[in-house]
Design a protein around this ligand. Structure first.
Ligand code: FAD
Length: 459
């Protein structure tokens, strides 16, 4: 006889993580309310021309713009590997869709809207409703305080839930590089969160800090209009400035040494340049301004913890959980698995270890990071073990392991990105994996678009 119990669950955010959570929670039989401050689903993938008035995003009272997308953004993963397992990200053949393998951001938003409509998630979402406070009552229930967008402070609503799943995203709160002397440096500074188009950089000398995907894209885009682009990165050694192949105005440097009052920026390789703008492509901070756990869950040097497997704080589990904290992963299929795990645990179908055992596991994890010299901000970086992590969760849920083609495609794309940084989105050599992916999709769904794609692949 099933002992599954249905719970009242609040999900905060209707981005990809919140949608996956809502889908899996409802599938498990729970009642779900999704709180979303925007007026549509999609989170990060809702592009806007708007930027924040504080270009560095330091002022805590600034009006927040959620999305960090720039206008030209195309995915850095192929659609097959990005896709939810349950709902393949198939190229649709209708006029307004973008069928490319690495599509533009609008196509991802369309996919997420399709996903929401396929599983009837929209009806669970309270749009334009911001969560301002989440805390646990003495009776163990979780209280969620929310407010309609534009409403008065006193117009908030408090509601009790058995559990809260936090899916608020972590690419909105800029992290800024520390630059000695920058307070007296006279130029402009901006974080990539507020970068949309290259035009404001026309004829400027730009120092761009960072080396991750956005830094690579944006530096090249800006180089088409800027006078010079100097990329400062911790991953560049202390060598002389080198030109980026294929460009006569992008140079690579080690991290900035100092910004000077006369407007120059100096590097440890002895190079000095009079610069107009510093563009920080330096990533983001985890930020949960609404969450009050009496200090149980903290963000310490960008480590959210203590969390068992990046999801459950032991002493509050399973009533508080997080979907989507890891980075350097293929996010959507991982959100799906984390959500299945949470849903099954909340209903009692899947068991969690005791709080003591989870705490021991976390301590062992933290100490292994320390032994390997991995600093706290990299706690949720799953480079090298995302599939091991996913397969561990899949085993808890009784689901299939990650398909081999996904694993191979992720590696093939990473390699291709290194070999062809300019063209990896349009030139690749893993057609065999694309074929395997679509054959796999065909087993799950029978739709015209999958058949057409297989036809194009000569099957
Ligand atoms: P989000 O999409 O950020 O959604 C969070 C939601 O929570 C938002 O809708 C927000 O409005 C809502 N919210 C937040 N706080 C509150 C509150 N207090 N009350 C109510 N609602 C709230 N991933 C890929 O797979 N492929 C890519 O190519 C790729 N490129 C990327 C490029 C950039 C520039 C960035 C920033 C990210 C990229 N990602 C990519 C990662 C992307 O973040 C994930 O794909 C995914 O969209 C994250 O989903 P999420 O639901 O965790 O967060």
């Amino acid at each position: 006889m099933s002992t599954a119990v249905a719970r009242d669950v609040a999900v905060i955010g209707a981005g990809a993580a919140g949608l996956a959570a809502a889908r899996q929670l409802r599938r498990e039989g729970h009642s779900v309310v999704v709180f979303e401050r925007e007026s549509l689903v999609g989170g990060t993938w809702i592009y806007t021309n708007n930027t924040e008035p504080d270009p560095l995003g330091i002022d805590p009272t600034r009006p927040v713009v959620h999305s960090s997308l720039y206008a030209s953004l195309r995915t850095n993963l192929p659609r097959e590997a990005m896709s939810f397992k349950e709902y393949p990200f198939v190229a649709k053949r209708t006029g307004h869709r973008d069928p490319r393998r690495f599509p533009g951001h609008k196509e991802v938003l369309e996919y997420l809207k399709d996903y929401a409509s396929e599983f009837g998630i929209g009806e669970l979402v309270r749009f334009e409703t911001e969560v301002n406070r989440v805390w646990q009552r003495e009776n163990g229930k979780w209280e969620v305080r929310s407010r309609k967008r534009g409403g008065e402070e006193e117009e908030h609503m408090d509601e009790a839930f058995d559990a809260v799943v936090v899916c608020n995203g972590h690419y909105s709160e800029p992290r800024i590089a520390h630059i000695p002397g920058v307070d007296r440096w006279p130029g402009k500074q901006i974080h990539s969160h507020n970068y949309r188009v290259p035009e404001p950089f026309r004829n400027q000398v730009v120092v761009l800090i960072g080396s991750a995907a956005s830094a690579v894209d944006i530096s090249r885009e800006i180089a088409s209009v800027a006078n010079q682009v100097h990329i400062a990165s911790r991953s560049t050694s202390n060598q002389e400035a080198v030109m980026v192949p294929g460009y006569d105005n992008i140079r690579l440097h080690p991290m900035i040494e100092r910004a000077h009052e006369d407007g120059t920026i100096s590097f440890p390789n002895g190079f000095k340049i009079a610069a107009d703008i510093i563009l920080h492509c330096t990533g983001y901070k985890y930020h949960f301004p609404f969450l009050h756990t009496k200090g149980i869950v903290t963000v310490d040097d960008n480590r959210v913890g203590p969390l068992y497997k990046h999801v459950f704080p032991p002493s509050l589990s399973p009533w508080l959980s997080f979907v989507g904290l890891p980075f350097k992963t293929a996010p959507f299929p991982q959100f799906e698995l984390q959500s299945k795990w949470i849903a099954g645990i909340l209903s009692g179908r899947i068991l969690l270890p005791s709080a003591e055992e989870m705490t021991k596991d976390i301590e062992a994890f933290y100490s292994s990071l320390q032994t390997s010299g991995i600093p706290k901000p990299y706690t949720h970086n799953l480079t090298g073990y995302q599939f091991e992590y996913n397969d561990w969760i899949a085993a808890q849920c009784g689901c299939r392991k990650t398909e081999e083609w996904r694993k191979k495609m992720y590696s093939a794309t990473s390699l291709n990105r290194q070999v062809r940084p300019e063209t990896y989105r349009d030139e690749w050599e893993d057609e065999d994996l694309v074929l395997e992916a679509y054959q796999d999709f065909k087993k799950q769904i029978s739709c015209k678009d999958v058949s057409l794609q297989l036809h194009d692949l000569n099957i």
